[in-house]
Design a protein around this ligand. Structure first.
Ligand code: OSB
Ligand code: MG
Length: 368
């Protein structure tokens, strides 16, 4: 394929409810929509960098800069054998995984549309629907948390993840466990602890959690390996795994027993598949994380989660959990068995609602 033009849209969308994690509380979500053209056909990708550098050092502004000044110029007019070939031209850019990932995604969508194949089919997916759960932000109190969880269970979600931070952890998890003895439950600390302060989390080991996600710093595989020895609950890494090399080293070190794969964090669908394949070969389960995506990124996550080693429910909730005014015509809805259907149309299988896109756009740019 050969890309002749790329449009960038910096979006800001209002969340249905504020979302609070150990790194802050947000009411709106930024992202960049990437629209790549070949012969009048457009492919779409989502860059999940947010306004603030809380989860990652990338922001919508750094990603805009890197896309505009480096990544898009590096692929315009180049002959690309495959969407993944874009990574060869992007190699001179160190890091900036979310920027790279959004561009690669647009090429997958374009190729799928050209060939009339769904992303699920292109990636080797084996399921027509995938199990999903909800990631619940930090609430006012443990009691409010149980009430919020209640609401999601009533909607049909059968796996709950709760966000924790120091001082808002064990009591919260115990309260949810007491209310729902058999619920599939997991926690996510988003790097809020050190090896020392993580001792406070030891009571979590008695709650039968599916996993404890990213307790320690993102650049600290070694201390995660020490911590895992103290817990029988599997540690799952999110922020720490930026590539298939990190995944291999984490597994060899015993730093985790489960890996959360996010397309944006690892630099694109091709790297996500490489991590999936490595984990599958080593008998390690993976699951698909979420970044509060719009319908574009959500479609990609559903396709990815249809691969065989995605053995735990993903953070891929229904569209209405996130935005009232999404940018795709398609709305993803929850089936009664806590699954969401994998899109089967060409490429991502979604179309852009240009009116909603216009409402969400802060600025746009056409290249060259
Ligand atoms: O750590 O998994 C995370 C959202 C933004 C940044 C980081 C995370 C999250 C979530 C939300 O947990 C998952 C979702 O998209 O529903
Ligand atoms: Mg996480």
């Amino acid at each position: 394929m050969k890309i002749s033009r790329v449009n960038l849209y910096h979006l800001r969308m209002t969340l249905q409810t504020p979302f609070e994690t150990s790194f802050g509380r947000i009411q709106t979500r930024d992202s960049i929509l990437i629209e790549a053209f070949e012969d009048g056909l457009a492919g779409y990708g989502e860059c999940v960098a947010d306004r603030d550098p809380g989860y990652s050092y990338e922001t919508a502004e750094t990603a805009w800069h890197v896309l505009r000044d480096f990544l898009v110029p590096a692929v315009l007019g180049k002959d690309l054998d495959s969407p993944a070939a874009m990574q060869v031209h992007a190699k001179f850019v160190r890091g900036h995984s979310m920027a790279k990932s959004g561009l690669e995604m647009a090429l997958w969508d374009l190729q799928g549309k050209r060939e009339g194949r769904s992303l699920c089919e292109m990636l080797g997916g084996v399921r027509t629907k995938v199990e999903v759960g909800v990631s619940v932000g930090i609430q006012e109190s443990a009691q409010a948390l149980v009430q919020t969880v209640d609401g999601y269970l009533a909607q049909g979600y059968s796996r709950i993840k709760i966000k924790i931070k120091p001082g808002r952890d064990v009591a919260e998890a115990q309260a949810v466990r007491r209310a729902y003895p058999n619920l599939r439950l997991q926690v996510d600390a988003n790097s809020a602890y050190s090896l020392e302060t993580a001792s406070n989390l030891l009571p979590l080991d008695d709650l039968g959690l599916l996993l404890i996600e990213q307790p320690l710093a993102e650049d600290d595989l070694w201390d995660h390996s020490r911590l895992q020895k103290r817990f029988s609950t599997p540690i799952c890494l999110d922020e720490s795994i930026l590539s298939v090399r990190h995944a291999r080293q984490a597994l060899e070190m015993g730093a985790c027993k489960i890996i959360n794969i996010k397309v944006g964090r690892v630099g694109g669908l091709s790297e996500a598949i490489a991590i999936h394949d490595l984990c599958q070969a080593r008998g390690t389960p993976v699951w698909c994380g979420g970044m509060l995506e719009t319908g574009v990124g959500r479609a990609a996550n559903l396709a990815l989660a249809s691969l065989p080693d995605f053995r735990l429910p993903g953070d891929i909730s229904a569209s209405d959990r996130y935005y009232a005014d999404d940018i795709t015509h398609q709305r993803f809805t929850l089936n009664p068995d806590s699954t969401i259907d994998v899109p089967d149309g060409p490429g991502l299988g979604v179309t852009i609602d240009s009116t909603a896109l216009e409402r969400a756009t802060l600025k746009s740019l056409s290249l060259p």
